[in-house]
Design a protein around this ligand. Structure first.
Ligand SMILES: *[C@@H]1O[C@H](CO)[C@@H](O)[C@H](O)[C@H]1NC(C)=O
Ligand SMILES: *[C@@H]1O[C@H](CO)[C@@H](O)[C@H](O)[C@H]1NC(C)=O
Ligand SMILES: *[C@@H]1O[C@H](CO)[C@@H](O)[C@H](O)[C@H]1NC(C)=O
Ligand SMILES: *[C@@H]1O[C@H](CO)[C@@H](O)[C@H](O)[C@H]1NC(C)=O
Ligand SMILES: *[C@@H]1O[C@H](CO)[C@@H](O)[C@H](O)[C@H]1NC(C)=O
Ligand SMILES: *[C@@H]1O[C@H](CO)[C@@H](O)[C@H](O)[C@H]1NC(C)=O
Ligand SMILES: *[C@@H]1O[C@H](CO)[C@@H](O)[C@H](O)[C@H]1NC(C)=O
Ligand SMILES: *[C@@H]1O[C@H](CO)[C@@H](O)[C@H](O)[C@H]1NC(C)=O
Ligand SMILES: *[C@@H]1O[C@H](CO)[C@@H](O)[C@H](O)[C@H]1NC(C)=O
Length: 375
C-alpha cells in the first residue's frame, strides 16, 4: 500500500462522476448561492426545486435553509441481500422519502438481477446510459459498512462503493477496471478536493477483484476511519490526523451508501481521469458484445452496522442539520418528523422551520471533539 498525492492518479470526488438523469431546469445553487422560497431545495446536482429535490442528496447548506430538505432517514442495522430486486426502486425521481418502502433507489442507469448464487445485483454500463448508480434510502451517521462485491475489469470502466453525505463528506472505495489486483481508497471533507493531503491511497495485491467476491469495508467511526478487505485492515485514518488550522477535516455528516459503475474512459472526461481509469472504453469489447451490450459489476450483499454517536431515541425518523459549530462544521440533530415529501401531518419542510427553528428535535450531537450533548 502506498499513497499518491498526484491529481492525475485519482479521480475527482465521485459526486462529479455520474451526471444527472436529465438536465434539471431551474435556478442553480451552490456555495453562498442559496435557493429561493419558491424552489427551496438544492439537489445534489446543484439545481433548486421542490418535491424530490428535497430528498436524498438535498444539500442543507445550499438550500433556502437547512430545514428545507426533508429529514434524512435514520440508520438501521441491516444486511441487504438481493434474492430479487423488490427492495430497489428503479427510478429515484419517483421516490417519496419512505425508506420503509425501499432500501435502494436507482439514481441513474439500470440494474438487473443475475438470479445466480441466491440472487445478485448487477449494475449496468452501456454506451448510452452513462453508467448506473444506486443510493441507500437510509443514511449512516457513522457506521461499519461492508459491500461484498465483484468489480468491473475493463479499461476506462470504474466501479465504486462509497458513502456520500448531502454536504459532500465522502468516503470511497474505487476500482479502475484496468487493474483487478488493486483497490483505491479516498475521502473528502465537505466537498473539498484536497489532493495535497494524501487522501487517496492504493491497496495492491488483491486477488482478482473481477472474478472473486471480496468484502470491502468502510468502518467510519467518530474517532477514526478504517478500510478493510475481507476483515483485514488495509488503511486507518484517525480524526486527529485530519486536524488542519483548528478544523478537523474529517467526514462527520450523515451519508448515503452508494454503489456505481461509471464510464471514466470517455471523451468528455478530463484527460487525467481517463489516464487514471486506464484509457478509453472499448465498446466493441467481446465481453460487452457477449453480454448483449453492457458491462457490469455484481453485488452480493451490503451490511450496515450503525454507530450513531448518541443512541437513536424511540420513533426517531431522520437526521437534520443544525447550526455550525465554532469551526464551521454542521451539527446534526435527530427528529421524529416525517421524511416524506407528501407527509402533510408533521411535514418538516411544510412547517416553514427556519434554519434553527426545529421543533420535534431531541438531540444535538456536538461534533467537535466527539462530545455528545443531549438537549
Ligand atoms: C422516472 O420517473 C420520472 C417521473 O415519473 C419520469 O419523468 C422519468 O422519465 C422516469 N425515468 C426513467 C428513466 O424511466
Ligand atoms: C411506507 O412504506 C411501507 C412499506 O411499503 C408502508 O407499509 C407504509 O404505509 C408507508 N408509509 C407511509 C406513511 O406511506
Ligand atoms: C490540504 O491538506 C493539507 C494537509 O492537511 C493542508 O496543509 C492544506 O491547508 C489543505 N488545503 C486546503 C485547501 O484545505
Ligand atoms: C496492476 O497493479 C499491480 C500492482 O498491484 C502491478 O504490479 C500491475 O502491473 C498492474 N497491472 C496493470 C495491468 O496495470
Ligand atoms: C466492521 O466490519 C468488518 C467486516 O465485517 C469487521 O471485520 C470489523 O470487525 C467490523 N468492525 C467493527 C468495529 O465492528
Ligand atoms: C471520442 O473518442 C473516440 C476514441 O475512443 C474517437 O474516435 C472519437 O472521434 C471521439 N469523439 C469526439 C467527439 O471527440
Ligand atoms: C412513538 O410513537 C407511538 C405511535 O405514534 C406513540 O404512541 C409513542 O408515544 C411514541 N413514543 C415516543 C417516545 O415519542
Ligand atoms: C456552515 O459551514 C458550512 C461548511 O463549512 C458553510 O458552507 C456554511 O456556509 C456555514 N453556514 C453558516 C450559516 O455559517
Ligand atoms: C415526536 O416528538 C415530540 C417531542 O418529543 C412528541 O411530542 C411527539 O409525540 C412525537 N411524535 C411521534 C410520532 O413520535
Amino acid at each position: 500500500m502506498h499513497s499518491f498525492a498526484s491529481l492525475a492518479l485519482f479521480a475527482l470526488p465521485l459526486l462529479a462522476a455520474v451526471a444527472p438523469v436529465v438536465a434539471q431546469g431551474g435556478q442553480i445553487c451552490g456555495p453562498g448561492k442559496l435557493c429561493p422560497a419558491s424552489a427551496p431545495c438544492c439537489s445534489e446536482y446543484g439545481f433548486c426545486g421542490s418535491g424530490h429535490f428535497c430528498l436524498g442528496g438535498c444539500n442543507p447548506l445550499w438550500s433556502k435553509s437547512p430545514g428545507s430538505c426533508e429529514p434524512e432517514p435514520v440508520c438501521k442495522d441491516a444486511t441487504h441481500t438481493f434474492a430479487d430486486n423488490s427492495r430497489i426502486l428503479s427510478n429515484s425521481t419517483q421516490y417519496n422519502g419512505n425508506a420503509t418502502g425501499y432500501d435502494w433507489v436507482v439514481d441513474k442507469g439500470q440494474v438487473i438481477n443475475t438470479n445466480q448464487n441466491g440472487g445478485e445485483l448487477a449494475l449496468l454500463l452501456t454506451q448510452t446510459n452513462g453508467g448506473t448508480r444506486i443510493s441507500s434510502t437510509r443514511y449512516v451517521h457513522y457506521g461499519n459498512i461492508t459491500a461484498r462485491m465483484k468489480t468491473s475489469k475493463w479499461a476506462g470502466v470504474v466501479s465504486a462503493f462509497i458513502t456520500m453525505s448531502d454536504s459532500k463528506d465522502e468516503i470511497d472505495w474505487e476500482w479502475p477496471g484496468i487493474n483487478t489486483t488493486q483497490a483505491q481508497t479516498n475521502y473528502f471533507w465537505l466537498g473539498v478536493a484536497n489532493y495535497s493531503a494524501n487522501h487517496g491511497s492504493t491497496i495492491n495485491g488483491v486477488s482478482d477483484t473481477y472474478s472473486n467476491y471480496h468484502d470491502y469495508t468502510i468502518d467510519w467511526q467518530p474517532s477514526q476511519l478504517v478500510f478493510s478487505i475481507d476483515g483485514k485492515t488495509v488503511r486507518t485514518i484517525t480524526k486527529e490526523s485530519t486536524l488542519n488550522g483548528g478544523v478537523y477535516q474529517y467526514p462527520t455528516t450523515p451519508a448515503r451508501v452508494q454503489i456505481s459503475l461509471w464510464p471514466a474512459g470517455i471523451n468528455t472526461s478530463a484527460p487525467g481521469t481517463v489516464t487514471w481509469a486506464g484509457g478509453m472504453i472499448n465498446w466493441n469489447d467481446p465481453d460487452y458484445v457477449a453480454a448483449g451490450g453492457h458491462f457490469s459489476n455484481v453485488i452480493s450483499s451490503v451490511t450496515i452496522k450503525c454507530a450513531d454517536p448518541t443512541p437513536l431515541p424511540t420513533n426517531a425518523t431522520g437526521y437534520v442539520y443544525g447550526a455550525n459549530d465554532t469551526t464551521g462544521i454542521p451539527t446534526i440533530l435527530i427528529t421524529n418528523h416525517t421524511t416524506m415529501t407528501n407527509g402533510a401531518v408533521g411535514g418538516f419542510a411544510g412547517l416553514g422551520a427556519g434554519a434553527l427553528g426545529f421543533s420535534g428535535v431531541w438531540a444535538v450531537v456536538a461534533i467537535l471533539g466527539g462530545v455528545v450533548a443531549l438537549l
